[in-house]
Design a protein around this ligand. Structure first.
Ligand SMILES: *Cc1c(COP(=O)(O)O)cnc(C)c1O
Length: 474
């Protein structure tokens, strides 16, 4: 699975996107002085910056998609009936056709589906195994009283490992957990497609099949985080034996067939600005979700969304499995990643499906983890280039719910997530230039101390101050 040499020799080929641009949105370049002031005012947290002071916004690829002309026209057909809307039928049909699950409940976004699933399936004292963690998914597992257990392979935590399927489950770790706590204490196996915190890394079909067999043996349902399922399917198509000839649509369906249900944020692969859903094959779970969704989201045929949002998501679900679309999408990330690798900027390898991840531990070896190197690097990148990214390291990892100690993840990263269909490769050139400029002055960047820490998902609103007078020394 390790084929470092191979990748280097291959010449990079640009795959053009299967669309042209019909409408544009103006963005403004600011000066370094303006950005320095803005970053200080935002307490060195890029979540607290006003968006109009950002030139190229790679904070997240969530809800930042450019919708297609088809999606916009379908929004006019949104059926806003409170109950039994036609737009729900079209979403229900799209999920059944593309994912293949029997039952569908819309939610306003992914974490709402995670909330419902965790509340229904988890009892206090349970254990939920995961391939690494996603922030909202783990938060809902822990708030429902479960202990989060990482059963990802060791290579997932090694930024320099070129393992092709870092999203794989270490089945030995899972077996050990089952032996230690008993299958009845494991309400479900949580598996995330194209693990976000690991750098946008896929699991293999081979590993998923083996996982399903093991879980079936112990009657543990496999619940997918299908938010980045299409990107994962693309890597399976490109990297796994026997899948080159299969369409993304077929691979997506095959993945789902080895799972019992999924929570999905429509704001990523499904190409919408808002929306999500929970889908499953178990009728009892469906019944429980339907009765809980009315308390937190809305009736089970709209789940907190307008009819037009259901309509746009139904359309996006069909568009996301277009082979040409996903090839161009991932290729754009590779275009950016290769430029950085050529300039010896330390990034997570292999290049991920939704963004590139700067390795702050190697970028800023002079800043110990307790002074939040990835947070400092994110802030410095904005000041130098006007590009906005997000910390994915010790700040995002938060605290252990029992000991209240800071979790110290091996990966200390800055994520630059590329919105779908929104930027051109020329923008990627500008991003690469900014990062390379920052890399040249890296020794001048200082660490941060935290001055305000929110109770939940602290990375969104935490505030910081530079250890020295300025973040970037003159
Ligand atoms: C974004 C995301 C979620 C949460 O979805 P929201 O729509 O932001 O609530 C869950 N899992 C993964 C992998 C994500 O990337």
């Amino acid at each position: 699975m390790e084929n470092d040499g191979n990748q280097k020799k291959k010449k990079f080929k640009v795959i053009p996107p299967p669309y042209r641009i019909k409408m544009v949105e103006r963005i403004e370049m600011t000066t370094k002085e303006i950005r320095e002031k803005a970053m200080e005012k935002a307490s060195y947290n890029t979540f607290l910056l006003p968006a109009d002071l950002v030139y190229i916004d790679l904070l997240t690829d969530s809800g930042t998609t450019a919708m297609s002309s088809n999606q916009w026209s379908r929004m006019m057909l949104g059926d806003e009936a409170y109950a039994g809307s036609k737009s729900f039928d079209r979403l229900d049909g799209a999920v059944k056709e593309i994912y293949g699950y029997k039952y569908v409940v819309p939610t306003h976004q992914g974490r709402a589906a995670e909330h419902l699933m965790s509340r229904i399936l988890i009892k206090p004292g349970d254990y939920v195994p995961n391939n690494m963690y996603f922030t909202t998914r783990r938060a809902h597992q822990e708030m429902a009283g479960a202990t989060w257990i990482d059963v990802s392979i060791d290579q997932a935590h090694e930024p320099t490992s070129n393992h092709q399927f870092k999203g794989d489950i270490d089945l030995k770790k899972l077996k050990t957990l089952i032996d230690e706590v008993g299958a009845e204490k494991i309400p479900y196996m949580s598996i995330e497609a194209n693990i976000n915190m690991g750098g946008g890394q896929p699991f293999s079909m081979r590993n998923l099949k083996a996982l399903k067999i093991l879980c079936d043996k112990h009657q543990i349902p496999v619940m997918l985080d299908g938010t980045r399922l299409v990107e994962n399917a693309y890597f399976i198509q490109q990297r796994e034996m026997g899948y080159k000839v299969k369409s993304i649509k077929k691979i997506v369906k095959e993945i789902c067939s080895y799972t019992n249900g999924a929570t999905v944020s429509g704001k990523k692969d499904a190409l919408v600005n808002i929306g999500g859903f929970l889908a499953c094959n178990d009728e009892d779970l469906f019944t429980e979700v339907k009765s809980l969704v009315v308390v937190f989201e809305g009736l089970h045929t709209y789940g907190g969304l307008a009819g037009r949002d259901l309509e746009a998501m139904a359309c996006g679900i069909h568009e996301m499995v277009d082979d040409n679309h996903i090839a161009a999408r991932v290729n754009q990330i590779e275009y950016l990643g290769n430029k950085l690798l050529e300039a010896n900027v330390p990034i997570v390898k292999p290049i991920g499906g939704h963004g590139i991840f700067l390795d702050a531990k190697r970028f800023l070896p002079h800043i110990p983890q307790k002074y939040y190197p990835a947070q400092a690097l994110t802030a410095a990148l904005y000041i130098v280039s006007g590009v906005r990214g997000m910390e994915r390291g010790i700040v995002s990892a938060g605290r252990d719910p029992e000991t209240r100690e800071e979790r110290k993840p091996k990966l200390e990263l800055v994520r630059l997530a590329v919105p779908r269909r929104a930027y051109t490769n020329t923008h990627m050139d500008v991003v690469a230039e900014g990062i390379i400029e920052l890399h040249n002055i890296r020794k001048k960047i200082s660490g941060l101390k935290m001055t305000f820490e929110p109770k939940q998902l602290r990375f969104f609103q935490a505030q910081f101050k530079p250890l020295k007078n300025e973040l970037i020394q003159k």
